[in-house]
Design a protein. Structure first.
Length: 350
């Protein structure tokens, strides 16, 4: 049985929080909100507890987990060393949507690192996440709280949809405001490398670190040799039931191209949906058309993206044609998730 616990981020109920922290202490699983997406937590130092996460999500065992801490000092026993540049980004971006990869210490269970010599760590800023980690008194392993392969959950309803009956408790604590997962930044090499773009952008990191590179697997894992450094990047992801195709190019051309492609699929009796933006919403006539947010405020697009992808699962849409956004700042994270949802099917609008 899964206990569903409603907690308000602005008025945290101590008794309920205590109950959830106790479940974690005793080796159970608790889903909770973070500022990025909901996470599915367990004691990161308890192999048996960590295995429950993999089972509940149906997650491949070669995909390592992020360890969440509530205070900077808590990373000391988990890592071999903290490079100087890591201190700088911790100072600037923690707590917040930034995960750092370090060489791991020996107390990290095999399941957390999935056999790698490194460990991913982040300090979330969401008040419920911080309180839960603090009160449990242990570092908390937490992947996104979705069934593997589905869009990450940004609302409690999404978690309930995917994980009811599979975890010990779900904290319903409102919507996640960033909406895409944390940036994963590898600090173990000479030059810090972004393995997954997220809430803390390349531009923000460069201001603090100077040179920052992006793992080529972020653009398209199918085109590179070898495997992406973040094992999770190789899996199909965020995929709604319908097939997603991204249409990219000048905005007017994009709208026209989407209309053309929609007509040709409809001629084959396929049900077509469109993902657009507030600026283009009026250009599409009838049909199932959903806006992901405003191009002027791309953070609204990040916040809505997974919700919109999930909404299509409640429709009969078979093909989703999606507009692209500019691949800069938070747009890099948005495009990375959209491309994964689309299985990297992209059509240029000319
Ligand atoms: O925002 C987030 O990061 C959310 C919330 C809950 O904190 N968590 C999250 O976890 O997105 P998950 O498991 O869905 O994604 C973790 C990503 C995967 O792509 C995984 O392969 C990568 O981080 N990762 C974890 N440990 C790693 C390591 N040691 N080296 C390289 N990549 C790692
Ligand atoms: Mg995930």
């Amino acid at each position: 049985d899964t206990m569903i616990v409603e907690i308000y981020p602005t008025e945290i109920d101590s008794r309920l929080m205590n109950e959830c922290a106790n479940i974690l202490k005793q080796g159970g699983t608790v889903a909770f909100p973070t500022e990025t997406v909901y996470g599915l937590g367990a004691n990161a130092l308890d192999s048996k507890a960590v295995k429950k996460i993999f089972e509940a999500k149906g997650r491949p065992s070669d995909n390592p987990l992020i360890v969440h801490v509530a205070k900077t000092e808590e990373i000391l026993p988990l890592v071999k060393e903290i490079p100087e540049k890591a201190h700088r980004v911790i100072e600037k971006f923690w707590p917040g949507p930034l995960t750092l990869i370090f060489e791991k210490s020996s107390i990290i269970p095999y399941e957390i690192s999935a056999g790698l010599s490194t460990v991913a760590i982040r300090m979330p800023s969401h008040p419920i996440a911080i309180r839960l980690i603090e009160e449990s008194g242990v570092p908390i392993a937490a992947p996104s709280a979705n069934i593997s392969g589905r869009p990450s959950p940004t609302k409690a309803e999404h978690v309930i949809e995917d994980l009811i009956g599979k975890v010990d408790a779900i904290i319903a604590g409102g919507a996640c405001n960033v909406g895409v997962e944390s940036t994963v930044l590898d600090m173990t090499g000479q030059v810090p490398m972004i393995l997954r773009p997220g809430g803390v952008t390349k531009e923000m990191l460069e201001e603090v670190l100077g040179e920052v590179v992006i793992d080529p697997a972020v653009e398209n894992p199918n085109e590179i040799n070898g495997t992406p450094k973040a094992p999770g990047m190789k899996y199909t992801h965020y995929a709604p039931k319908a097939e997603v195709i991204i249409i990219q190019g000048d905005l007017n051309n994009t709208v026209n191209k989407i209309k053309d492609i929609r007509l040709s699929y409809e001629a084959e009796n396929k049900i077509v949906g469109v993902i657009c933006t507030d600026e283009t919403r009026d250009k599409y006539e009838e049909g199932i058309v959903k806006s992901m947010g405003s191009r002027k405020h791309p953070e609204t697009i990040a916040a809505n993206l997974f919700k919109v992808l999930r909404e299509f699962d409640d429709t009969d849409v078979e093909i989703i044609l999606s507009e692209a956004v500019d691949n800069v700042e938070i747009g890099q994270a948005i495009m990375n998730r959209l491309k994964k949802a689309a299985g990297y099917r992209i059509i240029e609008a000319e």
